[in-house]
Design a protein around this ligand. Structure first.
Ligand SMILES: Nc1ncnc2c1ncn2[C@@H]1O[C@H](COP(=O)(O)OP(=O)(O)O)[C@@H](O)[C@H]1O
Ligand SMILES: O=C(O)C1=C[C@@H](OP(=O)(O)O)[C@@H](O)[C@H](O)C1
Ligand SMILES: [Mg+2]
Length: 231
């Protein structure tokens, strides 16, 4: 199960013919600087060859609730052979279920702890995939920290979300599923501010999506010429 209680095996059927091209990456202009790791012995060079073309930092998945950040993140990490961290899972491990926490302590307290967890995860070095909760970008400190990371925005539609997602585990949707679209519009500028690239998750299979996003991640390392980008 995912931290939000999604059954691991559930799949989203693809409805009708696509109205737009499938999962086209949409590059967003951003200037990034990354440090090159130099030196090290033979074993370091071997490790580096194995890891080359994967950024040696956290690649971060952001996007609205139930866009697929957790499930795609886990899949990408497996395919790329690097660790996966879901910041909601860290929250649940330390503080219990998110819906219950919202009810007992309120959203503001959730956001405060969420920002701390995200800061700690982004500060760790090394290649990793990190999936954030949908509202993590509300914190200015998180948006600032994301500037040092490749950030993938996953987008979907309310229709797709209402068809597949476990709303009971998402306190902001539980009593008002239609809030999804309104919340997305409020947050859209924040997602666009932090994202380097956008993929739609509602018009392709999970396999295709994983291939395209992992291709972008490898290309990102090459383009950066930074860690993992130059062998
Ligand atoms: N690429 C995808 N195609 C179809 N369904 C997906 C895809 N990614 C996720 N899902 C489904 O959407 C729901 C929400 O996924 P999840 O990974 O928990 O999203 P998030 O972490 O963004 O909230 C789950 O039911 C999941 O199986
Ligand atoms: O968008 C949000 O405000 C939230 C998204 C959830 O994560 P997912 O985006 O993984 O569903 C979870 O962090 C919490 O329920 C709040
Ligand atoms: Mg998630």
């Amino acid at each position: 199960m995912d931290p939000d209680g999604e059954p691991a095996a559930d799949r989203r059927p693809v409805p009708g013919p696509p109205k737009q091209p499938l999962t086209q990456p949409v590059p967003l202009p951003r200037n990034r600087s990354e440090e090159r790791i130099e030196g090290g012995g033979a074993s370091h060079r071997r490790r580096r060859r194995r890891r080359r073309r994967i950024p040696e930092t956290a690649v971060v998945l952001v996007g609205p609730m139930a866009a697929g950040k957790t499930s795609l993140g886990r899949r990408l990490a497996k395919d790329l052979g690097i660790p996966f961290v879901d910041t909601d899972a860290v929250f649940v491990r330390d503080h219990g279920a998110i819906a219950e926490f919202f009810a007992a302590h309120g959203e503001a307290e959730f956001r405060r702890i969420e920002a701390e967890i995200v800061a700690a995860e982004l500060a760790r070095p090394g290649s990793r995939i990190v999936a954030l909760g949908g509202g993590a970008v509300l914190a200015a400190s998180t948006r600032a920290a994301l500037r040092a990371h490749p950030v993938v925005l996953l987008m979907t539609t309310q229709e797709a979300v209402l068809r597949t997602a476990n709303l009971a585990r998402r306190p902001l949707l539980r009593d008002d599923p239609d809030a999804w679209g309104r919340i997305l519009e409020e947050r859209r500028p924040l997602y666009e501010e932090v994202a380097d690239v956008t993929f739609r998750t509602d018009r392709t299979t999970k396999d295709q999506l994983a291939r395209r996003v992992s291709g972008w991640i490898r290309g990102q390392a090459r383009r950066s010429g930074g860690p993992g980008g130059a062998a």
